[in-house]
Ligand binder design. Structure first.
Ligand code: FAD
Length: 383
């Protein structure tokens, strides 16, 4: 029987820990926070009763049947479709940009083929052959008017730089739909946990061989007490930032409450640079099966992440990737630790991908235990 430590009680630590506990091992899970669930943490607001997504809204969506069955084994998921609206130029539109948005924005009544012709032949800037930047990519695919209304300002606020400084890869495909489908995600399985994500993670961690210690900060010198550590904290943090800090964007949430219904939907984006926040989320709309007289909303502001802030989105531009490469080299030389999850591998990971990777990591690790071989620093390569 091995003695294993999970640093972090988010989805990565919980899923790996549960798998190893079920395989007969002794598991300790530590988290510096006062709750489990990591960034997916949800809690009921005591005044309104609204289930609040404390670190920003989380919508579960996946095509991975095993992962869908996994989450449903620990919590009931109720149907939820993410339908986002955008306020820009004094009007409210439907996102992602779809036929409704195009017709409303240009004052037309186009059918799908007509809309495609209109965008491709009259809007798109076809003089751009090989788009290099986000801006060129958007101009190439949707043209200046839609780009400026829906992509430019939002992107500048979210990333803190001009879209001409961002790579084209951020906007890969044609970001427009020529039908009235306003479901944000394409995935087969989509839903919201009836009692929130934290309830689900608590159940995943509820096993006699798992010892959960909250408000417990891990430092590297504690690793020796365990046969192996799964570290879902920041990769550079493990090395005390000795090579410098990997760049992140952080978010500030300005919380406010009101009576009734503030905006009539869960997510309202604000595309204009003059509005300092990127969006307002109204949390009761993430649980449409509940009724609450009051409401809890977040205005969301994005900015560069300083030491002490919560790292949200890894920047992963050229400079960050070079530094990441150096940290990966250091990590590969480290003994007795595997780096997992969104922070341990410095990637943006949706919840379903996090769970998929955690399951694969746990299985891969048990294979190494059985074979007596050294587990890798990364079960999934960060680069
Ligand atoms: C703003 C935002 C919105 C998102 N929305 C969605 C969405 O709608 N749908 C979706 O599928 N995914 C979404 N995600 C992704 C989702 O949050 C991640 O997939 C998930 O949180 C990853 O889990 P994790 O366990 O790897 O990391 P985390 O949840 O970050 O957990 C890591 C834990 O480790 C702890 N920790 C770190 N260092 C230490 C230390 N030294 N000692 C002790 N504890 C430590 C932290 O406190 C934290 O609790 C979103 C992410 C962000 C940033």
């Amino acid at each position: 029987m091995g003695k294993y430590l999970m640093v972090g009680a988010g989805l990565s630590g919980a899923v790996i820990g549960r798998h190893l506990a079920e395989a007969g091992h002794e598991v300790t899970v530590v988290d510096s926070r006062s709750h489990v669930g990591g960034n997916c943490h949800t809690e009921r607001d005591p005044d309104t009763g609204v289930m609040v997504h404390v670190y920003g809204p989380h919508i579960f969506h996946t095509d991975d049947e095993e992962v869908w069955e996994y989450v449903n084994a620990y919590e009931r998921f109720l149907p939820y479709r993410n339908r986002v609206k955008a306020t820009t130029g004094g009007a409210v539109y439907s996102l992602p940009v779809n036929l409704h948005t195009i017709n409303q924005f240009f004052g037309k009544t186009l059918r799908p083929d007509e809309a495609r012709d209109f965008i491709v032949n009259e809007q798109a800037d076809t003089s751009i052959d090989d788009p290099q930047t986000f801006e060129e990519q958007a101009m190439r695919f949707v043209g200046r008017d839609l780009y400026e209304a829906f992509f430019k300002g939002y992107t500048m606020k979210q990333w803190g730089c001009h879209p001409s400084e961002l790579p084209a890869s951020i906007l890969k495909r044609l970001p427009v739909r020529f039908n009235y489908d306003d479901n944000y995600f394409f995935h087969r399985f989509q839903g919201m946990p009836e009692h929130g994500y934290t309830a689900m993670v608590e159940r995943i961690l509820d096993h006699p061989a798992i010892d959960v210690r909250l408000q417990t900060v891990f430092s590297r010198n504690q690793a020796g007490a365990y046969d192996h550590v799964f570290y879902s904290g920041p990769l550079d943090g493990w090395f005390d930032y000795e090579l410098g800090r990997l760049g992140y964007r952080t978010l500030d949430f300005e919380r406010f409450t009101c009576d009734g219904d503030y905006q009539g939907c869960a997510v309202m984006n604000y595309g204009e640079v003059g509005v300092p926040y990127t969006r307002i989320t109204e949390h009761k709309h993430f649980a449409p099966w509940e009724n609450h007289a009051g409401s809890v909303c977040y205005r969301e502001f994005s900015r560069a992440c300083d030491p002490g802030d919560i790292p949200y989105y890894p920047i992963r531009q050229v400079a960050e990737k070079a530094l990441l490469q150096d940290y990966v080299a250091l990590a590969e030389g480290a003994e007795g630790v595997s780096f997992v999850g969104r922070l341990g591998t410095y990637r943006y990971l949706d919840m379903d991908v996090t769970i998929r990777e955690a399951l694969d990591t746990a299985r891969g690790f048990l294979g190494h235990v059985q074979a007596g071989t050294r587990p890798p620093a990364f079960f999934v390569a960060p680069l």
